[in-house]
Design a protein around this ligand. Structure first.
Ligand code: UDP
Ligand code: MG
Length: 331
């Protein structure tokens, strides 16, 4: 019996010694300019973490080539052959940042305990990795990296980006303010993420749906190390529309509200037109036409709203999101 207890204690110790395997997941689209700089910085950082016993020596950096048209993939192959800390996956074509990120996370899931996603351009300060690991040690399964300021961003970028978060909030999409896709996710969180089967992928909206203990760390956002932004205004707008239409039925509900307001106004219009008629300031038939226009259009608007409510339900059903995620079990 005594021996048994010692065994359990030893096992617990062993568990503590077992260090976390970290995979850094980095989506890359036409990033040949910045990749050598990123690789050098991450190589130093990861070796530092491994040396200081913060992470396991099995940890890796996973580059996801999102169907780049330049030399990015050749570069990743070369880096991989020279340094086994780096590995890569290549998507068959450009699928966009969110899909590339998901592909990377799912590829890393089988090999790692935790993943941290970052952009290839080192705009997210890599010092954030230490802070995130600390939060993970404290029990958080998801750690959001949040930009503490946008001093280095242009006014236009700051304005559009912050407007984006505010607008999303207004539209009823639950997202973390100023958090892009720099985040730590544990294996449990990734398993949960895999249960979300939706095709239209908006990770910033899905991740808060997962639950578990989460925390936020702040970091400075730097300028791009090299190369140009792959997110022009057009793509940003598309991204915002994607976020709203794949998370929110607020636009559909707005139709109902407009219909209702019009319905109320139509009563005022009817009263007004009757008064005008009594005062004899109108041609014959005017009262009837004006009243019917308002009444009929508001009924149409309301009907559209009702159809919208049902479409909203269908839309949520088709997503087949998991209804719950179990965190712990005592059976
Ligand atoms: N990216 C991608 N696929 C795309 C566009 C961008 O994988 O279609 C990657 C890109 O390589 C970078 C990250 O997404 O690692 C963020 O892009 P970028 O830095 O251009 O955006 P910004 O920081 O300007 O918003
Ligand atoms: Mg960037």
């Amino acid at each position: 019996m005594k021996k048994n207890i010692i065994d359990i204690e030893t096992a617990k110790d062993l568990l503590k010694i077992k260090k976390t395997i970290l995979y850094l997941v980095i989506p890359c689209y036409n990033e040949e300019d910045v990749l050598p700089i990123t690789t050098k910085a991450l190589d130093e950082k990861m070796n530092d973490l491994i040396k200081n016993k913060k992470i396991s020596s099995k940890s890796k950096v996973l580059y996801v080539d999102d169907g780049s048209k330049d030399n990015t993939w050749n570069l990743i192959e070369k880096i991989h052959s020279e340094n086994e800390l780096f590995c890569g996956v290549k998507l068959s074509r450009n699928k966009g940042h969110q899909n590339a990120l998901l592909a990377g996370l799912m590829s890393a899931k089988g090999h790692s305990d935790i993943t941290i996603s970052m952009d290839a351009d080192l705009q997210d300060d890599i010092g954030v990795i230490d802070k995130m690991l600390e939060e993970y040690e404290n029990g958080s399964k998801i750690v959001y990296g949040v930009r503490s300021s946008r001093k280095k961003d242009t006014f236009f970028k700051k304005f559009t980006a912050e407007g984006f978060y505010k607008f999303m909030h207004l539209m009823g999409v639950e997202i973390v303010f100023n958090h892009a896709d720099c985040r730590l996710m544990s294996k449990e969180a990734l398993d949960a993420l895999e249960k979300f089967n939706e095709v239209n992928l908006f990770l910033r909206g899905i991740v808060p749906q997962i639950g578990y203990k989460t925390s936020i760390v702040y970091y400075e956002r730097n300028e791009r190390a090299a190369g140009k932004s792959k997110y022009p205004l057009k793509k940003m707008l598309k991204f915002a529309i994607e976020g709203i239409t794949s998370f929110s039925v607020v636009p559909l509900k707005m139709i109902t509200s407009i219909g209702f307001i019009m319905f109320l106004i139509s009563f005022l219009v009817i009263i007004y037109s009757i008064i005008v008629k009594i005062l004899g300031q109108t041609v014959s038939g005017w009262t009837f036409i004006v009243s019917s226009i308002w009444l009929v259009s508001s009924i149409q608007m309301l009907s559209l709203g009702i159809i919208g409510e049902y479409i909203g339900k269908i839309y949520q059903e088709t997503k087949r999101r998991p209804k719950y995620i179990i965190e712990k079990e005592l059976m």
